[in-house]
Design a protein around this ligand. Sequence first.
Ligand SMILES: Nc1nc2c(ncn2[C@@H]2O[C@H](COP(=O)(O)OP(=O)(O)OP(=O)(O)O)[C@@H](O)[C@H]2O)c(=O)[nH]1
Ligand SMILES: [Mg+2]
Length: 463
Amino acid sequence: MKMNYMDDNGTIAALATAPGCGALAIIRISGKNAFSFAERCIDPPNKFKKASHQKIKLYKITDNETRKTIDEVTAIKYESPASYTGEDMVEIICHGNEIIIEEIISILIKQGVRLAKKGEFTRRAFLNGKMDLLKAESINQIINSTNPISYNRAIEIYNGKSKNILLAWKKEIIKILAEIDARIEFPEEDDFLEEKDKNKKSIKNLLSEIEKELKIREKINVLDSGFEIPIVGITNAGKSSLFNLILGYNRTIVHHEEGTTRDVISEEIKIKAAKVKLLDTAGINETNNTVELIGIEKSWEYIKNGNLIILVTPADKEISENEKAIIKEARNGKMIAIISKKDISLFGKKKEYFKAQDIPFVEVCLRNEEERHIILDFISSHINISFNFMEQGFGIICNKRQEEIIKRTDKKIKLVLEKMDNNYDEIISNELKEILFDMEEFVGETENEEILDKIFSEFCIGK
Ligand SMILES: Nc1nc2c(ncn2[C@@H]2O[C@H](COP(=O)(O)OP(=O)(O)OP(=O)(O)O)[C@@H](O)[C@H]2O)c(=O)[nH]1
Ligand SMILES: [Mg+2]
């Protein structure tokens, strides 16, 4: 059954902090009866009644039926409209134990407070005009970002940057549209060559900005779903040693025998706050062993498809034909090299080779734990390079809804450009009007109950 939020303006409560054990937890209550409901369990109630707006004070939570003290807490009163939701709100800060949290919430529910739905606090904030849609959506991104890049974008979107960009685009379209509509109405006036040229240039600019934004989104999607970094190379190069060194524990077998690793072993980790899927792979080798061959086949897959490829190559050996083949296969400018075994290095030539190939490298001894931070710095800087956002545009898209709208706009802009070549003014005018509508939808100027349901259902409870 579809819940109708519009009809529901009761008082709601939920845990606002992450569930589980913690020093403190925050329970939020919002709605027109928030204060009177809170008074019925906050002890002493008179102290709470008299407490002024946004002043934090110490209380107890008591179950009025059993007279049992649940916890010692602090609480803050926010008088409407100066609260997150714009309604009267109370925040109870209790100890971060699920038993306490459950008890407090169940006391509130007994009084008639309802458990909040996903994103309901933010939805109310939006409906009460505390924030626009883009800001509300960016809050979800701020909470859920798995990497500093999308987090930084989310903060800027929260501060209104994407809205400003969209409004500038919209203004440009309105200008072009006005000119084209005037031409449709008074076709005999002039040949409008100059205007047509100018319009075409503006549309081309807009298209290139939109395409940049879609590219950034694609990269952020990759980052969010886990940036894949396979460790590849010939057998015995030190791949598993590197894998273990990065993880900080012995996850996989390291052995001087060739072909030790046969299957792909993967672990999700954070490298300087970026979510990464690190993979140890089978060494590329000539072998007749069927199991090893299956592993090698998988290694080639990762060499082709990884987001950033780490080639481990031993300093004591000349570059081999297999390594040259690996480099050739991964030639998208997304390979970095770790030259292992610098402690037993016999050849200096390898460095020269990577310099000539323009592949960034670092020389290390993988048996030396102290070199871990050098390796992490090196990898992290190359994760950032492969996401060189600043040069490419801003990153206005922060969720699926926005992505779909921009993809739609992209198609329509391409169509407009095509029609401009053929002077189909009516079609162009219609398309531009639709693009305007898309842009209004993006910034939330066209409100729609179903869209709101979808957006806020992606939030967590308590936000
Ligand atoms: N001296 C020295 N030995 C190293 C270094 N890195 C790795 N080794 C040794 O080289 C041998 C092979 O290391 P592994 O990490 O198992 O190599 P691998 O690339 O995973 O090998 P396969 O799984 O067989 O493809 C082990 O005996 C390691 O201890 C290094 O930097 N210096
Ligand atoms: Mg190995």
